[in-house]
Design a protein around this ligand. Structure first.
Ligand code: PRT
Ligand code: ZN
Length: 226
C-alpha cells in the first residue's frame, strides 16, 4: 500500500501487559535496539527492523494504514478493530499470523452473582457494559438476543454497581476483578492471547526476505518455548 521500503517496522505496546514480553520475544529473535528513554521509535541495530512503541489500541490502525508492517497485540484488540473495517477505507487488512503464547485471557460475559443464570436469552432487553462493542454485538446477533450495549473505555466491572449496566462483557484472566465486584463469568466469547499481526500477503519489496527470516526465527523461538 505504501512506498517501497527496505526496513521493517514492528509496533508493540509502549507499556502495559504486552510491552515487556513482546520486547523479550523479539530480542530472542536476535533483534536489538538502542534504548532511549521516552523515545517512541527505536532504530534496529542488529537488523533493519525498527520498533514503534504505542498504545495497544492504535496498533491495528497503524497496520491497516501501512504505517507499520507488523504488530504485537491482543487478539481481542485485533478482532474488535476488524469488526469495524467494512465501513472504513482501510488498505492492507492485518491478519493474525502467529499466536505468541503470552497475554492469555478470555472475553467473557459476567452477570451479578445473585442471578440464577439460565442462558443468553436472559440478557434480552438488558444493558451490557463493555470495551468491545463490536465483538459483543456480533455475539448478541448470533444468539438472537437484543440487548443494550453500553460502551465504556475502562472500569467496566464497576458499571453494574453504579447502575450503568446489568451485566458486563470484559477481559478476564484470574477472575479476581469479577469476584471483587460480585460478578460471575457465564459465557466466553473469545479466547485471547498476544498475537503477531501483519499482512496476509508477502511484501513485494526488500522487506519480503527480511520478513521471511524474521518469521522463521520467531517460529524457532516459539517452538522452543512450547
Ligand atoms: O496503554 P495501553 O492502551 O497500551 O494499555 P491498556 O491498558 O489498554 O492494555 P493492557 O496493558 O491492560 O492490556 C493489553 C492486553 O493484555 C489486552 O488487550 C489483552 O489482550 C491482554 N490481557 C491479558 C489483559 C488481561 N489479561 C487482563 N486481565 N488485558 C486486561 N486485563 C484486565 C481486564 O480488563 C480486567 O480489568 O484485567 C482485569 C481482570 O483481571 P483478573 O486477573 O482480575 O481477571
Ligand atoms: Zn489500550
Amino acid at each position: 500500500p505504501s512506498e517501497a521500503r527496505d526496513r521493517l517496522r514492528i509496533a508493540i505496546q509502549k507499556s502495559g501487559r504486552l510491552g515487556p514480553p513482546a520486547r523479550a520475544l523479539l530480542s530472542s529473535c536476535g533483534l536489538a535496539w538502542r534504548e532511549q528513554a521516552d523515545r517512541l521509535f527505536c532504530r534496529g541495530e542488529t537488523l533493519p527492523v525498527d520498533l514503534l512503541l504505542v498504545r495497544d489500541d492504535d496498533i491495528p490502525g497503524l497496520l491497516d494504514s501501512g504505517a507499520c508492517d507488523y504488530g504485537v497485540v491482543g487478539r481481542n484488540v485485533l478482532l474488535e478493530y476488524a469488526g469495524r473495517r467494512p465501513q472504513e477505507t482501510g488498505s492492507a487488512a492485518a491478519v493474525e499470523l502467529r499466536g505468541l503464547g503470552f497475554g492469555g485471557c478470555r472475553l467473557d460475559i459476567a452477570v451479578p452473582e445473585d442471578w440464577d443464570w439460565q442462558g443468553p436469552a436472559q440478557l434480552q432487553g438488558r444493558r451490557i457494559a463493555t470495551t468491545y462493542p463490536r465483538l459483543l454485538d456480533r455475539w448478541l446477533v448470533a444468539q438472537g438476543v437484543q440487548a443494550d450495549v453500553v460502551t465504556l473505555s475502562g472500569s467496566v466491572e464497576i458499571a453494574p454497581r453504579l447502575g450503568q449496566a446489568d451485566a458486563v462483557c470484559d477481559l478476564v484472566s484470574s477472575g479476581a476483578t469479577l469476584r471483587a465486584n460480585q460478578l460471575r463469568p457465564v459465557v466466553t466469547l473469545l479466547q485471547s492471547e498476544a498475537v503477531l499481526a501483519g499482512p496476509a500477503r508477502p511484501f513485494a519489496d526488500a522487506r519480503g526476505a527480511l520478513a521471511t527470516m524474521l518469521l522463521r526465527r520467531l517460529d524457532g523461538v516459539l517452538k522452543l518455548r512450547d
